[in-house]
Design a protein around this ligand. Sequence first.
Ligand code: ZN
Length: 266
Amino acid sequence: MNRKLYLLLLLYFVISTHCRRDEPFPVTDLHIHLKGNFGMEDAIAKSQAENISYGIAFNCGLKFPVHSDSQIDSVITMMKDYPQFYAAMQAEGREWVNIFSRESINKFDYVFTDAMTFTDAKGRRNRLWLKEETWIDDEEEFMDYLVSTTVNILLEEPIDIYVNPTFLPAQMAGRYNEFWTAERTDRVIQAARAANIAIEINNRYRIPSADFIKKAKKAGLKFTVGTNNADENFSGAEYALEMIKKCRLTRDDFYLPVNKRLNGQI
Ligand SMILES: [Zn+2]
């Protein structure tokens, strides 16, 4: 082969593989709720219209709609009519580990939780998305406790994805970079790495930051796209798409569960 042709072919190969890597890939939003006026038929229509696959998540835990093994069975039976969607367990509070049997938990395609509900050192139950249920005596201490709690959750609870990651209560959220120092970021990333847990890129809260995502990618973590919609008013996985571009994430950087109803496991 003459040298010129060889170089041309080489150039073509380099350019084409490079471009392929930057091509947009189909997005799967693994954190969709049937809430507000958003029902199953709406999910089917929206998923098709926006060309985004969905994982439908069910809130499971103490004082939540699903709080027993038999209720998990009902959910899975219902989801057998919708094999195009993944079925997700959103594990709530910290009690969930003792409420459901492992056998029932495994009927879902994947399990996720966040660090937004926990009991602090003074025994107060925090729910970080509610101002009246968030107890902050000292912001730095609160932050250290939140990071330790997150690390414990990642290391101890049997989950696949850490969702609403790095969420901060409203009064602190505007100073995200101040609170999510390199050291705190590293602690969470190392724990997720040790337990092989994927990190959600959350469209609703626009978290975690690009800096966190880049560090997590460098550490070899996988990601998911998740919206955590409160009702029917959401669209397009905008933040995740922005981060995919900004952090140069590829299809291979994303975790995808197995649909157990489709592959005959259930
Ligand atoms: Zn959720």
